[in-house]
Design a protein around this ligand. Structure first.
Ligand code: TTP
Ligand code: MG
Length: 405
């Protein structure tokens, strides 16, 4: 049976929310990202500003040079989150199989929803409800697989509805530039263009072996996409598959003691989150970014699952030692992650006295921290951080939490 997938993405999301809040901004060049004299980049630009070449990700100063008459706004993230939640609630009415991607975009599997109308009719109904209830414009792509639906919704913007009939995927993709394919960044695009590959059709026609030898496994995925093949399912959000904490230093460092102290702190953060979710992990990952931006990740797995700060730290420290022994360069970013998560399957009788004691200790520390803040209690190693963040009363602000799904 042919699947029917919709990809829905709101037009100029941040800007459009601002225009709902202040209707006098409608029809004007508007940029959300901050004042142009500040450092920072464009988060969202109205289509009027895009006509002058303004794009997301562009430095604000450049956007100002291209379009000095634009209205530059700081943005109001709590609003965006709120509107996003309402947008997702509307979509969930159309199919239980809904996968949000970021704030303003989602996939919807509407296979078997024919009773409620054709994919095209469903897309029209979605657009209408989003307009009526949120006063926003959604662009929709309808196709048999995710990648084609995504490219279709992109192509129709603004206010698009592009439907690709089953069997027409390759013909639809073929004339488009390779950069339209998700996964083709600037580097890959340049590499492809250097070999005379400009369109998705030309990429699709290459023998798979040559794509693999030139671009590796990632290249194979892109090659499949180029041929309109994408077996990814629409996945409703599940539980986190990994938990990680990382930090970028204000100054690059190669001080082993400091790196270890921060590693300990990050491990404790990860451990606390694991225990909060009542999970245990079998794999530990270290992430290092060197001063020259080279980034490596190293992992280790064990048969025994753990949620203990000490074991997470011990694993991460071993990986750090190995990495530093191989390459002695200043470090810019350090991160610790755990994956291969399972529920709390601890068999108590297998736990020896030592690990039971450390388990009690971790939990006691969690309780104190939840009451008085994370840094109210410090383990020996993280005391070194006192000098790095003197007078810090609350949590160290150094970490950027990330939950990947
Ligand atoms: P997008 O859907 O990529 O962009 P958009 O909605 O502004 O414009 P359109 O879909 O019509 O092309 O991203 C959604 C929001 O995410 C966007 O409004 C702002 C935010 N965002 C950033 O904060 N930084 C970015 O680099 C990008 C691309 C988006
Ligand atoms: Mg959008």
């Amino acid at each position: 049976m042919v699947g029917h997938i919709l990809h829905i993405d709101l037009d100029a999301f941040f800007v459009s929310v601002e225009q709902v809040l202040a209707p006098e901004l409608r029809g004007k060049s508007v940029v959300v990202g901050g004042r142009p004299e500040r450092r920072g980049v464009v988060a969202s630009a109205s289509y009027e500003a895009r006509a002058f070449g303004v794009r997301a990700g562009m430095p604000l100063a450049k956007a100002y040079r291209l379009c000095p008459q634009a209205i530059f706004l700081q943005g109001s993230f709590p609003w965006y989150r709120d509107v996003s939640a309402r947008f997702m609630t509307i979509l969930a009415d159309f199919s239980p199989c809904m996968e949000p991607v970021g704030l303003d975009e989602a996939y919807l599997d509407v296979t078997g929803c024919e009773f409620y109308g054709s994919p095209r009719q469903l897309a029209l109904n979605i657009k209408e409800r989003v307009r009526r209830e949120l006063d926003l414009i959604a662009s929709v792509g309808a196709a048999s697989c995710k990648v084609v639906a995504k490219i279709a919704s992109d192509l129709g913007k603004p206010n698009g509805l592009v439907e690709v009939a089953p069997g027409q995927e390759k013909a639809f993709l073929s004339p488009l530039p390779v950069a339209r394919l998700p996964g083709v960044g600037r580097k890959t695009e340049q590499a492809l263009r250097a070999t005379g590959i400009d369109t998705i059709g030309q990429l699709a026609a290459l023998p798979p072996e040559s794509v693999k030898s030139r671009f590796g496994v990632a290249g194979m995925m892109i090659h499949h996409y180029a041929n309109g093949i994408d077996n990814r399912k629409v996945e409703p959000p599940g539980e986190a598959k990994s938990i990680s904490r990382e930090t970028t230093f204000a100054q690059d460092t190669s001080d082993c003691g400091l790196l270890q102290a921060i590693l300990r702190y990050l491990s404790e953060r990860v451990g606390a989150e694991l225990r909060r979710q009542n999970k245990q992990a079998r794999s530990i990952t270290l992430k290092l970014r060197y001063a020259d931006f080279e980034t490596i990740t190293r992992s280790l797995s064990s048969k025994e699952a753990t949620d203990a700060d000490e074991s997470i730290f011990a694993g991460a420290a071993r990986l750090l030692d190995q990495a530093l022994a191989r390459r002695r360069k200043a470090v810019r970013l350090l991160g610790v992650g755990v994956s291969n998560l399972g529920g709390d399957g601890k068999q108590l009788y297998l736990l020896d006295c030592m690990s039971r004691r450390s388990e009690h200790l971790d939990k006691a520390i969690d309780r104190i921290r939840s009451k008085y803040g994370f840094t109210s209690i410090q383990t020996g190693r993280t005391l070194a951080l006192k000098d790095v963040f003197p007078g810090d009363k609350g949590d160290y602000t150094l970490e950027t939490p990330s939950l990947s799904r």
